[in-house]
Ligand binder design. Structure first.
Ligand SMILES: Cc1cc2nc3c(=O)[nH]c(=O)nc-3n(C[C@H](O)[C@H](O)[C@H](O)COP(=O)(O)OP(=O)(O)OC[C@H]3O[C@@H](n4cnc5c(N)ncnc54)[C@H](O)[C@@H]3O)c2cc1C
Length: 488
């Protein structure tokens, strides 16, 4: 039996970052991965495939040009499931290669097999070649999640599918019912709708993505309805059944019936802790399979065992999982590590994209912070015109007293990239003045930051510019007048 400084269970974003970080600290590391290849949900069924699918759909459907050439515009007249799968395979192969190379370069050993604790320092690994054992001083559990599959739903992998199975689509459905307006449910609902699939979303609550700013969601819902997505809020699916090949009936509790060619069940995921033998190391998962940790150190109740990534619950993002993995690996070996930042960006790759950082207007109001908002519509920017954007907006929230940026909320093209400007200013404690006093590339969508800031500025009590800011503004005005004189 081989002994390691660290054993990492799971090779998704959290596990792989933890493993590489520990290896960089010159520790011996074993990664155990039960999937056929390394990468986790992120590479094989989650982030990367869904984003590749989205990009393929955006390209083939000509979605980005529809504002200019009309809603009927398409790059490829007949889009098939095979078109969508082809690009997926290329991207995933590349991602796995990069990852394996990273492990090799950093001397991380990995083994394919399912890990189970025998005692707090020993695991058993069930591999294709047989069962073997390994022990370690420290463990990082990065086992992720599996789609929640209630008994009552007759999943068949073809017409009634979960979020993993939808990637194996053999043909595009003409219509799709999505049960659960979760992030994953909404991403797939809008991606399919961009392919002109008729989509119905069934959601028990009275809205969707309730952790986002209300105004953002109102715009997003309006956009979805405008292109024909049916949203049935306060509706609960009572029964799902296949009534004929390519015809699935969903009975709602209120007596209504929704029939479509396919149903995607996307209401929640469960921590993949079953079979991990947590009891043998003194740990237990909650009813959703999640492991409890100290949120600043990611240490479990057993001091030499850490848990990171989706298995610890919110925010369940690849981006945050990676950071958690890195922090846990540092702390396990007494290396200093920064605490996870208070504000991180949240990106939702629906069509259109949504992204947010900092506080929502509802949160600011609940904290009774006096504030003002500024809004910019993408169609008001030159870049938006060039791109033919007729929707999309950015909203910024500023504290009235300090003028500090409190939150940025974006819906529309490029939202998940644009958000990082707001994130930087927010985390560096920046104010409204940053956006007013700085120059942005023109024409860009990022210019929306300036437009939104000026919108807020117009409504805020005026402050005299600082002496330096005044000098800068005067100097730039003089230069502009001189330049105008030269061109005349
Ligand atoms: C459809 C979808 C879209 C998403 N889109 C985004 C996005 O756009 N942006 C974003 O940031 N996040 C996104 N996510 C979330 C992101 O994929 C997860 O946050 C991320 O994968 C979590 O990483 P992880 O390392 O915790 O676990 P995972 O990636 O889930 O990896 C866990 C690994 O552990 C392995 N494992 C489990 N049990 C054992 C065991 N007993 N022995 C050995 N191995 C085991 C599993 O096989 C798996 O490979 C998406 C998720 C889904 C499902």
């Amino acid at each position: 039996m081989q002994h390691y400084d660290l054993i990492v269970i799971g090779s998704g974003p959290a596990g792989r970052r933890a493993a590489v970080q520990a290896a960089k600290l010159r520790k011996s590391v074993l990664v155990v991965e039960k999937g056929r290849r390394v990468g986790g949900v992120c590479v094989h069924t989650g982030t990367i495939p869904s984003k590749t699918l989205r990009e393929t759909v955006m390209n083939l459907s000509g979605w980005r040009e529809r504002g200019i050439y009309g809603r009927a515009h398409r790059h490829k007249a007949e889009i098939t499931a095979a078109d969508l799968r082809q690009r997926l395979a290329i991207t995933l192969d590349h991602e796995v290669e990069v990852l394996e190379h990273q492990f090799t370069r950093n001397n991380v050993t990995w083994v394919t097999g399912s890990a189970r604790f025998l005692d707090p320092h020993t695991i058993e690994i069930d591999t294709a070649e047989g069962v073997r054992r390994a022990s370690a001083d420290h463990f990082i559990l990065a086992v992720g999640t599996n789609p929640h599959r209630p008994q009552a739903i007759p999943f068949d992998g073809e017409y009634i599918v979960d979020a993993d199975e939808i990637l194996d689509l053999q043909q595009l459905p003409r219509s799709l019912t999505v049960i659960g307006a979760s992030v994953i449910g909404i991403e797939y609902a809008t991606i399919m709708s961009a392919l002109d699939v008729k989509v119905t979303v069934i959601e028990p609550s009275d809205s969707l993505l309730s952790f986002l700013d209300r105004e953002l969601i109102d715009e997003f819902i309006h956009d979805m309805r405008d292109r024909g997505v049916t949203l049935r809020f306060q509706s609960v699916a009572k029964r799902v059944r296949l009534i004929a090949p390519g015809a699935v009936q969903v009975d709602l509790e209120d007596g209504r019936i929704v029939t479509s060619a396919m149903v995607l069940f996307a209401a929640g995921r469960k921590g993949a802790t079953e079979g991990l033998g947590l009891e043998a190391c003194g740990l237990a998962a909650d009813e959703r399979g999640r492991i409890g940790v100290d949120r600043s150190t990611f240490r479990t109740a057993v001091p030499h065992i850490y848990a990171v990534g989706d298995v610890i619950g919110f925010p369940s993002l690849a981006s945050t999982s990676m950071e958690q993995g890195r922090i846990a690996a540092c702390l396990a070996f007494n290396e200093p590590a920064h605490a996870p930042p208070e504000f991180f960006p949240y990106g939702i790759y629906a069509v259109p994209e949504l992204s947010t950082v900092g506080m929502t207007e509802e949160q600011v109001r609940a904290k009774r912070i006096p504030y003002e908002t500024g809004v910019a519509r993408f169609r008001e920017t030159a870049r938006g015109h060039i791109m033919g954007l007729d929707s999309g907006f950015m909203k910024m929230i500023f504290a009235l007293e300090t003028r500090r940026l409190l939150g940025v909320h974006i819906v529309g093209e490029g939202a998940t990239e644009l958000i990082h400007i707001g994130q930087a200013v927010l985390n560096l404690g920046g104010t409204l003045d940053y956006f007013i006093e700085n120059t942005f590339n023109y024409p860009t969508l990022a210019e929306a930051y300036k437009v939104a800031a000026l919108d807020a500025w117009n409504r805020m009590p005026k402050k005299q510019p600082s002496a330096e800011a005044f000098d800068r503004l005067t100097q730039s005005a003089i230069e502009r007048i001189a330049a105008a004189g030269r061109t005349r």
